[in-house]
Design a protein around this ligand. Structure first.
Ligand code: SAM
Length: 261
């Protein structure tokens, strides 16, 4: 997967709900008029232009450049690093579950900050644990247990629960984003389904002082999900780290302090 061009270029599912054919620029020549071009050629040209723009922005992006220098698998690493800079979620000795982990840059940050493989945890604490799950294959990271599977499938969630061996989790991360179809309502529903599954997992497996950090998209289903989080956790905060592009609808919700049932 290319750096930070995650499955289907996430972001803005709600804003993508343009009916086919509604994207004509104001004032553009009507079809068949002098100077108009065949629709296919025009579409292909627009697509090439937007691909070119994406590539230009990508190679000139300071976060992409820093990720390459640092050996991170994608620029997304900085989103977690920046949130953690503020909220201090990652510390040696904790158990972290990373949902939607591929290609693995968040997992790399987790491993660094938990000091996995860097000797015993300070204060004689047991070593931390990191379990990463994705529907896509992910190259190994030393010290990380990787589960490949679709989190929407009960059998996959059960494999994850079994891997915990009855232990509770300090931090659930979810950067999961579905492949986008371009149909706004369907994409929003797919995203919301993943958010709900991540929340359900966190409520079932987090320690009482555990936390869930989850990527969501502002738009359809967002405020309902915030309310759901508030019912399950004592504190819910919105995070938009500087490395998350302003024009992107993605934002992160940090829920802390699981409420007793
Ligand atoms: C934005 S990427 C994650 C990037 C990752 N946090 C990193 O730093 O490398 C979103 C990921 O969610 C995964 N994903 C989407 N739907 C999923 C599902 N149903 N089960 C598991 N993973 C899923 C995608 O395969 C993709 O790798």
């Amino acid at each position: 997967m290319s750096a930070d061009k995650p499955a289907g270029k996430p972001a803005k599912p709600a804003k993508r709900a343009k009916p086919a054919g509604s994207a004509k620029a104001p004032g553009s020549a009507p079809k068949g008029s002098a100077g108009s071009r065949p629709a296919v050629a025009k579409g292909a040209k627009t697509k090439n232009r937007s691909n070119r723009a994406w590539i230009d922005r990508h190679v000139n992006d300071p976060y992409v450049q820093a990720a390459t220098r640092h050996g991170y698998r994608s620029r997304a690493a900085y989103k977690l690093a920046e949130i953690d800079q503020r909220d201090r979620l990652l510390r040696p000795g904790i158990t972290v579950v990373d949902l939607g982990a591929a290609p693995g840059s968040w997992t790399q940050v987790v491993v660094e900050r938990l000091r996995i493989g860097a000797g015993p945890a300070p204060g004689g604490r047991p070593p931390g644990r990191v379990i990463a799950l994705d529907i896509l294959p992910m190259d190994p990271i030393p010290g990380v247990e990787i589960i490949q599977g679709d989190f929407r499938e009960e059998a996959v969630a059960a494999r994850l629960a079994a891997a915990l061996q009855g232990g509770l989790v300090d931090l659930v991360l979810s950067d999961m984003a579905p492949n986008l179809s371009g149909i706004g309502a369907a994409d929003a529903a797919r995203s919301a389904h993943l958010w709900e599954l991540a929340l359900e997992f966190a409520l079932a497996h987090c320690k009482p002082d555990g936390a869930l950090l989850i990527k969501v998209f502002q738009g359809s289903g967002y405020s309902q999900f915030v309310e759901q989080l508030k019912r399950g956790f004592a504190r819910v905060a919105v995070r938009k780290p500087p490395s998350s592009r302003q024009e992107s609808a993605e934002t992160y919700l940090l829920a802390q302090g699981r409420k007793a049932e």
